[in-house]
Each structure stands twice: as structure tokens, then as C-alpha cells.
Design a protein around this ligand. Structure first.
Ligand code: HEM
Length: 139
């Protein structure tokens, strides 16, 4: 009887999605293809936002694409290595305002919406990057 109950519990757990809660955010996103899609959409959003594009106008977009892919992969638990510069080093001297930081987050949300990332999963991605704000703005 005890064995049957345990089996029933296992089945309910699997059906309710408990197995997926063990996955990294990277895996839940669907791996590198989805991260690459989000990054491409994000770059597109930046290109069409005059206020944020101002920061990027002299940047090497290929490098930004590559390093941001690595960065998102690593911080969401993916099997990558980040080979770019630290967040402090990259953003110090840009004097990014809180308003522009928040606007950039909005562009990332647009990028995830365009990539059909479900909202609960978007929140998990945002939770990964929110603690980095002190390394990025007002520097
Ligand atoms: C949590 C938020 C952010 C993350 C995770 C992030 C991450 C990154 C990464 C990984 C790079 C590439 C580093 C490298 O080339 O070695 C980068 C570059 C850059 N970021 Fe951010 N960033 C964030 C927010 C912002 C904001 C709010 C702005 C401006 C409004 C900004 C402006 C830039 C610019 C202009 C570059 C290119 C620098 C260059 O050309 O050398 N970033 N960022």
C-alpha cells in the first residue's frame, strides 16, 4: 500500500511539472538557440531606441552580441564561459541613469516577449540580472 502511494505521488509530481523545477533557467528557456534569439531581439530593440542607442553608437555590435550571449548563458546556469569584461569595467564611465537602466530592462522584456518567453520565465531571467544594477548604473 505504501509503495502504491509513493508511486501515485511520483506520477502526480511528474504530471504537475515538478521535474522541470530542477532545470536551470537556461534549460527552461530552451538553451542557446533561445538565448541567441533574445539577444538578437534585444539588439534590434536597442537600435530602434534613440535614447539607449546613444550609449551603443560607437560599440562593436558583433562583440556585444557574442559577449551578451555568453553572459546570459552563464548566469542562467548554461554550459558556457564568459570571456568578456566585468560589468563594472564595461559600464564605468557611461554614467547610466536609473531611468536608462529601467528603460533597458523594458527593452529586454520586449525582446523576451518577441521570443515568446512565458512571463513567469521572464521573471526568472530578470531576477538573475536585477542584482547587477549596482555594478552598472550611476558609474
Ligand atoms: C543587467 C543589465 C546589463 C547587463 C547584464 C549588461 C551586460 C553587458 C555585457 C555582457 C556587455 C559586453 C561586455 C564586453 O564587451 O566585454 C555589455 C556591453 C555594453 N553595455 Fe551593458 N549590460 C547591462 C545594462 C546596460 C545598460 C543599462 C546600458 C546603457 C543604457 C548598457 C550599455 C552597454 C554598452 C554601451 C556596451 C558596449 C560597450 C563597448 O562598446 O565596449 N548596458 N553589457
Amino acid at each position: 500500500m505504501k509503495q502504491v502511494n509513493l508511486f501515485a505521488l511520483f506520477v502526480v509530481c511528474v504530471l504537475s511539472g515538478c521535474a522541470t523545477t530542477q532545470q536551470s533557467v537556461y534549460q527552461q528557456l530552451g538553451g542557446q538557440a533561445k538565448v541567441a534569439q533574445i539577444v538578437d531581439n534585444f539588439i534590434y530593440q536597442i537600435e530602434f531606441n534613440a535614447e539607449i542607442f546613444e550609449y551603443f553608437k560607437d560599440s562593436n555590435v558583433q562583440r556585444f552580441r557574442e559577449k551578451l550571449n555568453e553572459h546570459i548563458c552563464v548566469h542562467t546556469g548554461g554550459p558556457c564561459q564568459y570571456t568578456g569584461d566585468s560589468m563594472e569595467d564595461v559600464h564605468t564611465g557611461m554614467h547610466i541613469t536609473e531611468a536608462h537602466f529601467n528603460l533597458t530592462v523594458d527593452l529586454l522584456i520586449n525582446a523576451m516577449n518577441d521570443a515568446n518567453v512565458p512571463h513567469p520565465l521572464q521573471n526568472k531571467v530578470l531576477a538573475v540580472f536585477a542584482p547587477m544594477r549596482d555594478e552598472i548604473y550611476q558609474r
